[in-house]
Design a protein. Structure first.
Length: 318
């Protein structure tokens, strides 16, 4: 099958998709030291625009700092690279920003500290999934979760949960893979004390009977850009929002639950361990917040228009 007709920004120049390669023995492959961020691209009346670009770049820099990667780029040059990658790749729906150690190393500490940066802008469905034979099923509209009881997924004493580093995804992968084989769509992870944390690539929210929206606190989860957005939107709408530790038992008395993420948007939780959550799914808060979030990302909500950064700021008059 032919490769996508895409060009990837690699250390300041564009290379064809198939040429953006690293050696199988590279440090980032061997030690899981790749740091990344992942953001969405939307069509707005100001042209193609990236959702909360500056927040994603800031999180990427924070991840690099937590892992200790000596990155040679600042926020402004990374921001421009993301915009250039989208301009270069018409129809892109996401941007993946990566920092990695491409050199072949013997020790866990690299001798060659050059950190390469790659920025890929593409359509995950057309450029990746649809090229599989057979293509994977699209995610369902509501999610059936497995509650992972093992308390080894989110361990701030091992690697900070705020670091979006490949190594942090190994144990959630094990949990989710097992859950998928048992017929579940995704997993809900707990922290070291057994309190609810997040999914492998999503944050978690719960809605109480009185409409209060609760989500686990920042210390135990990745600082999701969608999580922050939903908290901001809910607050602007006058909803009560609380960031606090949540016991798994709260699931069984909640009226709604949902996951959030760049790929997932607002993803209503139908059940956990085959026990339905609330009376209806999607519930009213999940539906309303999901719909508002979709309007905002497509540039149809003036109150949050500043969350979209056009990739061609001069043409957009920004
Ligand atoms: N938690 C983890 C561990 C993630 O990898 C992601 C995806 N980046 C999220 C939460 C959701 O974050 P965002 O809303 O920024 O996509």
């Amino acid at each position: 099958m032919s490769e996508p007709d895409r060009r990837i920004w690699l250390d300041g120049r564009f290379v064809p998709w198939g040429e953006a390669r690293v050696h199988v023995l590279s440090h980032s492959m061997a030690r899981g030291s790749l740091v990344f961020d992942y953001m969405s691209v939307h069509t707005s009346d100001r042209g193609a625009a990236i959702f909360r670009l500056d927040d994603h770049v800031a999180r990427f820099l924070q991840s690099c700092a937590l892992v200790g990667l000596p990155l040679a780029h600042d926020a402004e040059s990374l921001r421009e690279a993301c915009q250039a990658a989208v301009r270069e790749n018409a129809g892109a729906r996401v941007v993946k920003l990566n920092a990695f150690l491409p050199s072949i190393e013997v020790d866990v500490v690299p001798v060659d500290e050059h950190v390469a940066v790659a920025v890929a802008a593409y359509d995950p469905w057309l450029d990746v999934s649809a090229r599989k034979d057979p293509p994977p099923a699209r995610p369902p509209a509501t999610v059936r979760l497995w509650l992972e009881k093992e308390q080894r997924q989110r361990r701030p004493d091992i690697m900070h949960p705020h670091a979006k580093v490949a190594a942090n995804y190994a144990s959630p992968m094990v949990a989710k893979w097992r859950a998928r084989k048992r017929g579940f769509d995704d997993v809900l992870l707990v922290d070291q004390q057994g309190m609810l944390a997040e999914g492998p690539t999503t944050n978690f929210f719960l809605v109480d009977g009185d409409g209060t929206i609760r989500t686990p606190p920042e210390q135990s989860v990745l600082l999701g850009v969608t999580r922050r957005s939903i908290l901001d939107i809910a607050e602007a709408e006058g909803r009560k929002v609380v960031e606090e530790r949540i016991s798994p038992d709260a699931l069984w008395v909640a009226s709604e639950a949902f996951l959030t993420g760049t790929s997932a948007g607002v993803w209503p939780v139908a059940s956990v361990d085959e026990r339905p959550i609330g009376r209806t799914c999607p519930g009213p808060a999940s539906l309303a917040l999901g719909e508002r979030f979709r309007r905002i990302t497509s540039g149809q909500d003036p109150a949050f228009a500043h969350w979209l950064t056009p990739v061609d700021e001069a043409a957009a008059g920004a």
